[in-house]
Write a protein that binds this ligand. Structure first.
Ligand SMILES: Nc1nc2c(ncn2[C@@H]2O[C@H](COP(=O)(O)OP(=O)(O)OP(=O)(O)O)[C@@H](O)[C@H]2O)c(=O)[nH]1
Ligand SMILES: [Mg+2]
Length: 493
């Protein structure tokens, strides 16, 4: 991407390619208005370059092939009707054109957006025309990259743009919007300012060792460092839950055939997504769907029962179930309350031993023991196998304890310590990695200060911490890092 300069004017279709109400071609750069002048014919007779910023105008996108003049004496007069038609201007579409002038635009450059009728051919033709008149087709994420390079947003905010687009649930969206609004940037920038302040004093004490600048011996320095360490640790701690908001939790329902796994999947999804039948071995493939529990995205997987189903597909389908179980963040192990624990159950219990899991005892409506909270006869003998694991008794059929089940799943993945969208929460592995490094640097600084080491030694770690924190918000980020971040974006964003 970096072989392309910021001087180019870029263009892309910013809406998904397909049938829709409107399709938008976005053009950004110094020549955006000049290009629009060449292709847009307005109702009011004005040119886009005459328009004020933040205005929208009705007109047509025209491909000017040449003007056909009445009583033409040129050789065109001798052309066939088809050939003459081919030289005429072509109306591409009836559009609305929006003008947003630099610097108050998404990219801080002049932007023109052409709102076409949403159809693959109209938007493609409009884009072709824009390109023909001097724009370059944008790379993925290049508009947002320009917003970053032109200083409108920092790197965490640019990354949040993609998170907003890809948000899996309301909770993910709140966290992403918080980051886009600058929650994380603010925290990181505060830490950076504090570090730079300390670093400049330390540099001064290196440069003027004889003067009264012995900041290292100042008590307030240790306090300042402790404050920064706390802030860093707090953010790092938030990652275990933040990443859940961004990526979702993989929760795999497993158990022997016919215990009610697919029935539970459908119930939690609130629709009949998978086939349910009283025949063991109904589900053959693993099916993954997203649900939201209080805004927390859960990637729920229904698997084929692992057990005695004697046919050729069994090996493949139970193999798939096992592979999913291996990948699971949490295992939802399902047992049948109406039957005794048998060898099939035991095989699966052994398979998921030591995993983070919730034991779900289903079909309590069929069980003879109806005392709430008391383990069913079928699983009494196996209680010792679930040491420390939460057990929830439910009936999918009669919808008993489904709220409790959902709460139990949520409790396993979300502490409730962080309110989505309120305050900074770390959701991105890149930020976590850099904060981990910055924390290490600061722990060394703290130790060096306590041990009254030479200021030059302290300064080295301090600089590293500043560098690592700076990378989070994009200061001194290399082209490689930027390429890796922006290549994940869609074209037109
Ligand atoms: N009585 C009762 N029947 C249930 C309950 N949950 C599921 N069933 C029934 O149990 C049978 C099997 O349900 P499924 O959801 O297909 O079971 P499964 O675990 O997905 O089975 P496989 O795909 O074969 O592994 C169906 O007839 C369901 O209607 C329940 O809570 N109580
Ligand atoms: Mg099933």
């Amino acid at each position: 991407m970096n072989k392309f300069s910021l001087d180019d004017t870029i263009a892309a279709v910013s809406t998904p390619l397909g049938e829709g109400g409107i399709g938008i071609v976005r053009v950004s750069g110094a020549r955006a208005l000049e290009i629009a002048d060449k292709i847009f014919v307005s109702k009011d007779g004005k040119k886009p370059s005459d328009y004020e910023t933040y205005t929208i105008h009705y007109g047509h996108i025209i491909h000017r092939r040449g003007v056909v003049v009445e009583n033409d004496v040129s050789p065109r007069r001798c052309m066939t009707r088809d050939a003459r038609r081919a030289t005429r201007d072509e109306i591409i579409d009836e559009v609305l054109l929006t003008v947003m002038r630099a610097p108050k635009s998404y990219t801080k450059e002049d932007i023109v957006e052409i709102n076409c009728h949403g159809g693959i051919h109209t938007v493609k033709k409009a884009l072709d025309l824009v390109v023909k008149h001097g724009a370059r087709v944008a790379q993925p994420g290049e508009f947002t990259k320009r917003a970053f390079l032109n200083g409108r947003i920092d790197l965490t905010q640019a990354e949040a743009v993609l998170d907003v687009i890809r948000a899996k649930t309301e909770g993910s969206l709140k966290a992403a919007v918080g980051q886009l609004e600058g929650c994380l940037s603010k925290d990181v920038t505060c830490m950076l300012d504090a570090l730079v302040g300390i670093a400049s004093h330390i540099e001064a004490s290196i440069d003027f060792p004889d003067e009264e600048l012995d900041i290292i011996k100042e008590e307030s320095l240790e306090g300042k460092i402790a404050g920064i360490l706390d802030k860093m640790k707090g953010l790092i701690d938030s990652f275990s839950e933040g990443v859940v908001l961004r990526e979702g939790v993989l929760a795999v329902i497993c158990g022997k055939p016919n215990v009610g796994k697919s029935s539970l999947m459908n119930l939690l999804l609130r629709r009949d997504r998978v086939i349910v039948a009283p025949i063991p071995g109904t589900t053959r493939d693993a099916v993954e769907e997203m649900i939201s529990l209080n805004g927390v995205p859960i990637r729920l997987v229904d698997t084929a029962g692992i057990g005695e189903v004697n046919d050729v597909l069994y090996k493949e389908s139970s193999g798939r179930s096992k592979r999913y179980i291996e990948k699971a963040d949490i295992v939802l192990l399902m047992l049948d309350a109406s039957t005794e624990i048998d060898e099939e159950d035991l095989e699966i219990i052994r398979l998921v031993e030591g995993r983070k899991k919730l034991v779900i005892v289903n079909k309590i409506d069929l069980s003879t023991n109806t005392t709430p909270g008391v383990a069913r006869p079928g699983v009494v003998g196996a209680a010792h196998l679930f040491k420390g694991d939460a057990v929830v008794e439910i009936s999918v059929e009669k919808k008993i304890n489904i709220d409790l089940l959902e709460r139990s799943i949520l409790d396993m993945v979300w502490s409730g310590k962080y309110i989505q969208g309120e305050g900074a929460i770390l959701t991105n592995a890149r930020h976590k990695e850099l904060l981990d490094k910055a924390l290490d640097n600061m722990l060394s600084v703290s130790k060096a200060v306590k041990d009254a080491m030479h200021p030059e030694l302290i300064a080295v770690d301090l600089k590293e911490a500043v560098f690592n924190l700076g990378l989070i918000v994009g200061q001194s980020a290399s082209d490689d890092i930027l390429d890796r971040i922006f290549e994940n974006f869609c074209i037109g964003k």
